[in-house]
Design a protein around this ligand. Structure first.
Ligand SMILES: Cc1cc2nc3c(=O)[nH]c(=O)nc-3n(C[C@H](O)[C@H](O)[C@H](O)COP(=O)(O)OP(=O)(O)OC[C@H]3O[C@@H](n4cnc5c(N)ncnc54)[C@H](O)[C@@H]3O)c2cc1C
Length: 395
C-alpha cells in the first residue's frame, strides 16, 4: 500500500527503476531487512518478463550465495553446471573452478528465465512490479522525487536507479558522462562439437585478440535454451583504455566463428554496453541510489549478475537506515560499497583490468595463460571471487 492514502496510488516511499537482478535484489533484501516497506515500494520496468537480455548468463558462486541468503534456490530454473572455466591464448591455457575444491566452475542460466523467476519471487513476497512502464524523467525535489513515465507520474521519497548500463537515473544525477563503458557482442548458436575444438562441458575465455587491441576476450559457454543445449558466444572489450584496435569487434567475432566452424553472417549479432566500476565514481545523490550496471560492475571480465545482486543488499541497507534517520542524503552509501568485500573485489578487478590489458604483447599473454595458471587461480579465488561469503563472515 502506498504511504500517502488509498486514493493517491502514485505516492510511494521507494521507487525502484528496473526489474533486473539489481532492482529485484534490492526489493528482496528490503523484504528481509525492513518488511514494512514491501507495500510502500513500487518497481517500474520498461519491458515485460520474461524479457530478452543480452548476457552470457554465467552465474558465479557469489550470486548463488546471495540467492541462498534470500532463501532462493537456482535449481528451480534450467541451468548448466559448467565443468571447467578455461582461459586460453594461442590455443593453450589454464583451467579453473570457481571455488577451491568446487564441483564445477560456475553455472549458466538464460537471463529471460532467470530474471522472470527472480521477479516472480519479488511478487510472491508482496512487491508490485509495473511492467511495460518506461521511466522518462527523474526530478529530485527538496521533499520528494518525481518519476515521470510513459504511463503517468509517480512520487517517491527515494529512488533506486537499477536500470542498467544506459541508466536514465544515472544520467539524471550525473549528466554529460560517457566514459567507463565496455562493449559486448553476443550470439547464441547450436553446438557443433564435430567442428569446434572446444570441450562441450567447459566454458572458454580466449584472450587471442588482446595483442590486436581488443581489451577483453571472446567467450563460449554451454547453456540450455528451451531444454536444448546451445553455445552462447560473444566478445568483450573492456575499453579501459582508448586503443586503436587493428580489428573491429565484429571482425574478431567473425574470425572466432570461423575458427569453430560457423559463419557469422548466418546469425543475428547483437551488442550491449556494460558500465564498469570506478571507485571514484558517484554512486548516489540526494534521494537517489544507483545499483548494478547503473553503478558499475566488473571491468576485467564484465561479470555483473552477482554484483547486481550484491548491490541490492547495500541499497536495501541504505534505504532502511535513511528512513530510520529521516536523512535521505545517502552520504554513507559510497562508503558502504567501497568498504564491502564486493567493493574491494570490484576495485581490484578495475585495477587488474587496467594493468593486464595494458600489457598487450604476445609474450606477456603467453606467460600469464601458459605458465602462471596456479598464480592466476589463486589470485582469482582469493581476491576476486568469494566476496559474498567473506562479506557475510565479517557482518
Ligand atoms: C553481452 C553481455 C554478456 C554478459 N555476460 C555476463 C555473464 O556471463 N555473467 C555475468 O555475471 N554478467 C554478464 N554480463 C553482465 C550482466 O548482464 C549485467 O551486469 C547485469 O544484467 C546487471 O543487472 P542490472 O539489474 O544492473 O541491469 P539489467 O539486467 O540491465 O536490468 C535493468 C532493467 O531495467 C530496465 N530498464 C532500463 N531502462 C528503464 C527505464 N527507463 N524505465 C524502466 N525500466 C528500465 C530494463 O528493461 C531491465 O529490465 C553480460 C553483459 C552483456 C551485455
Amino acid at each position: 500500500m502506498p504511504n500517502v492514502n488509498q486514493k493517491d496510488q502514485q505516492n510511494y516511499d521507494i521507487i525502484i527503476v528496473g526489474a533486473g537482478p539489481a532492482g529485484v535484489s534490492t526489493a528482496l533484501h528490503l523484504a528481509k531487512l525492513a518488511p514494512e516497506f514491501v507495500y510502500r515500494t513500487l518497481i517500474l520496468e520498461k519491458a515485460r518478463h520474461p524479457r530478452p537480455k543480452l548476457c552470457g548468463g554465467g552465474i558465479l558462486p557469489d550470486a548463488e550465495f546471495i540467492l541462498r541468503s534470500l532463501d532462493l534456490d537456482i535449481n528451480e530454473i534450467p541451468h548448466v553446471d559448467v565443468d571447467w572455466a578455461r582461459f586460453d591464448f594461442d590455443g593453450q591455457g589454464m583451467r579453473m573452478r570457481g571455488e577451491k575444491g568446487g564441483r564445477f566452475a560456475f553455472r549458466t542460466i538464460r537471463r529471460y528465465e532467470f530474471d522472470a523467476w527472480l521477479a516472480g519471487k519479488a511478487r510472491e513476497r508482496g512487491f508490485t512490479i509495473l511492467e511495460n512502464t518506461t521511466v522518462k524523467k527523474i526530478d529530485v525535489h527538496e521533499t520528494e522525487v518525481v518519476v515521470t513515465t510513459d504511463r503517468g507520474e509517480y512520487h517517491a521519497v527515494a529512488v533506486v536507479g537499477a536500470d542498467g548500463s544506459n541508466s536514465l537515473v544515472r544520467r539524471a544525477i550525473i549528466p554529460h558522462e560517457d566514459t567507463h563503458v565496455a562493449r559486448l557482442l553476443e550470439i547464441v548458436t547450436e553446438p557443433r562439437p564435430e567442428r569446434s575444438f572446444h570441450i562441450q562441458a567447459d566454458s572458454y575465455f580466449d584472450f587471442v585478440y588482446v595483442p590486436q587491441g581488443i581489451l577483453g576476450y571472446s567467450w563460449d559457454f554451454p547453456a540450455l535454451e528451451n531444454g536444448k543445449p546451445v553455445r552462447v558466444r560473444g566478445i568483450y572489450d573492456s575499453n579501459v583504455y582508448p586503443v586503436n584496435s587493428d580489428v573491429s569487434l565484429r571482425e574478431a567475432m567473425a574470425d572466432e566463428f570461423n575458427r569453430h566452424g560457423y559463419e557469422l553472417e548466418e546469425y543475428k549479432l547483437e551488442g550491449h554496453p556494460l558500465r564498469w566500476f570506478d571507485p571514484k565514481s558517484i554512486f548516489s545523490s540526494r534521494r537517489v541510489l544507483l545499483a548494478g550496471d547503473a553503478a558499475g560492475v566488473d571491468a576485467l571480465f564484465g561479470e555483473g549478475i552477482s554484483i547486481a545482486l550484491g548491490y541490492g543488499g547495500f541499497a536495501a541497507r541504505a534505504l532502511r537506515d535513511a528512513f530510520a534517520r529521516q536523512d535521505f542524503s545517502f552520504g554513507d552509501y559510497r562508503r558502504l560499497i567501497l568498504g564491502s568485500e564486493m567493493g574491494k573485489s570490484l576495485r581490484r578487478r578495475t585495477w587488474w583490468a587496467k594493468f593486464y590489458y595494458h600489457l598487450r604483447w604476445r609474450g606477456f599473454q603467453r606467460l600469464v595463460w601458459h605458465h602462471l595458471g596456479a598464480v592466476v587461480t589463486w589470485v582469482m579465488q582469493h581476491f576476486m571471487i568469494g566476496w559474498a561469503r567473506r562479506g557475510k563472515r565479517q557482518a
